[in-house]
Write a protein that binds this ligand. Sequence first.
Ligand SMILES: Nc1ncnc2c1ncn2[C@@H]1O[C@H](COP(=O)(O)OP(=O)(O)O)[C@@H](O)[C@H]1O
Ligand SMILES: [Mg+2]
Length: 309
Amino acid sequence: MLANKKIAVLMGGPGSERQVSLASGNAVLKALSGLGLDVVGVDVTSTTIDLPPGTDLAFNVIHGTFGEDGQLQAALEKLGVPYTGAGVKSSRIAFDKNLAKAAFIAAGVPTPRAEIIDVSDGPRLPSFQAPFVVKPPREGSSVGVHIVRNQSDATAAMADAAKFGNDILVEEFIEGVELTVGILNDQALPIVHIIPPEGVYDMASKYPWLSGAKGSQYICPADLDEETTRVVQHAALAAHRSLGVEIYSRVDVLLDARNRPFVLEANTIPGMTETSLLPKAAVAKGISFPDLCGIIAELSLSLRPGTPG
Ligand SMILES: Nc1ncnc2c1ncn2[C@@H]1O[C@H](COP(=O)(O)OP(=O)(O)O)[C@@H](O)[C@H]1O
Ligand SMILES: [Mg+2]
């Protein structure tokens, strides 16, 4: 199905996750060309996209603002070029943690209790007590995320999150282990257990190669009993579906001491280097990295065939 198709891998992007995206893009480029496909890399540096003439499919690996929030998807639809992954609406909802929270609650997906606090008139405390987590709703890579352990630290955390916008998400803090679940073609992949070096999964422990910091450890499949595995995968798939996400995503989940899952978010443009988490999960299911890239491209092209001719 991909033979004779011209694929452009869109990478980089104008946002703060540019370096991570370039790594993903180069890995996907190499994988697809290894499959013998006609593929070129396109480094996107602004919000105007210049595609090579005759592009049949845009393989999008631009993380974060512009690439993951529906803007790029809308631009590609305007150009009439089929693209990989989530569409305009599902991208927008998944990227906004406030909108996603509402969708999770409506669908009965287990997720930490939360309040959206409007700080346009200055910081205000949530109705529940610390510990809680303060998040700007439309950032990624833990940017602006603050874990408030003492009520007295709340105002400073809220003020920092407010730098990104006035509608701040405040979530109950869940003490538990960090899991992530890849979803491919409406199926949950084996669970990845993330063990950060100092207990906090932040920018440095996610991308140690950016800063030289100590990296996280990853265990896949996670060492969980059958019942817990099933419950976590079920919650992740329900989260993916509740947002209407197409083709694939990677859902972040916390598992508390009583083995209850709490969905944090669905990432619609997850990392796509060979050592990224979704690719690790695919390998645990017998799907190699090049095959994963090929499957995403094929599924996307059958969902969005584009204009014939
Ligand atoms: N409610 C919560 N309880 C405990 N830890 C949390 C909570 N929300 C987020 N975290 C921590 O912060 C990290 C980033 O949060 P997340 O919601 O996944 O945002 P993003 O990855 O987009 O920055 C999580 O991986 C987790 O380690
Ligand atoms: Mg996350």
